[in-house]
Design a protein around this ligand. Structure first.
Ligand code: ADP
Ligand code: MG
Length: 249
């Protein structure tokens, strides 16, 4: 679905993306993992046609980024920043507006239900909780029936319940046939969600594989954890005590 070859992005003298290459296959959840400043968002925004590249080549669904950026826009779904939602409109009206802009028939009620937002149909975006905002912005990426959606740190700042709920929704989107490209710096999230991931640091890809293979390679190199791993972690305790139910409603 995506091929990136020797992609470079310079901001003045600073090289944010330093010659990266990777492919994303149809129907997978592909993760771009890396610390803050690694170049994840820059890479995503170039593929999304929102930011010019310095050099390299990108194809999306067989379309060359330099030749057919407008056609690429039609096959992708991109999360808007919160400032992109007209403050005066409620969720139903926003979905209808996007449907109109994309010239696509859309059923706001069904879409909101899919993302557990049916009770918020008449609410304004700014009145939503963090998890609800993320769910709504992912819902809006689907309005133009894209083949690929891009999610840039969709779970940053969410509580454990909202995070797990979003993971399930992202899997659901993929199971309906949409390819998903996601960035995160949460490794548990990547391990749970991603079919394959690229680890990017200082603008370079330093590893790319399935989470299992990356872990197996590390273990095969002789790596051992310092202390014996417990059978649960603090997040397990938290979820066990507070439950999986979403709290925001
Ligand atoms: P990530 O999403 O992995 O945190 P970014 O792609 O946002 O990283 O940024 C990569 C690097 O490029 C960072 O050092 C960041 O400060 C720099 N950068 C991002 N956008 C700009 C810009 N518009 N102008 C100058 N530097 C930028
Ligand atoms: Mg970023």
């Amino acid at each position: 679905m995506i091929a990136v070859k020797n992609l470079v992005k310079q901001y003045g003298d600073f090289t944010a993306v330093n010659g990266i290459s990777f492919d994303v296959f149809e129907g997978e959840i592909f993760g771009l993992l890396g610390p803050n400043g690694a170049g994840k968002s820059t890479t995503l925004e170039i593929i999304e046609t929102l930011r010019p590249k310095t050099s390299g080549e990108v194809w999306v669904d067989g379309l060359n980024l330099d030749e057919q950026p407008e056609t690429i826009k039609k096959v992708i779904g991109v999360q808007l920043q919160s400032s992109g939602y007209y403050p005066g409109l409620n969720l139903t009206e926003l979905i209808k507006l996007f449907g109109g802009l994309y010239n696509q028939p859309v059923d706001p009620k069904a879409l909101l239900k899919l993302f557990n937002l049916e009770d918020k149909a008449g609410a304004k975006y700014k009145a939503l909780s963090g998890g609800q905002k993320q769910r709504f912005s992912i819902a809006t990426t689907l309005i133009n029936k894209p083949k690929i959606i891009f999610l840039d740190e969709p779970t940053t700042g969410l509580d454990p319940q909202a995070r797990r709920n979003l993971w399930e929704l992202i899997q659901q989107v993929r199971n309906q046939g949409t390819t998903v490209v996601i960035t995160t710096h949460y490794m548990d999230e990547a391990e749970f969600l991603c079919d394959r991931c690229a680890i990017i640091d200082s603008g370079k890809i330093i590893a790319i594989d399935t989470p299992d293979a990356l872990i197996d390679n590390l273990v095969a190199s002789g790596f051992e954890r310092n202390k014996e791993v417990k059978k649960a972690n603090l997040e397990d305790v938290f979820i066990h005590l507070t439950g999986r139910d979403l709290r925001e409603d």
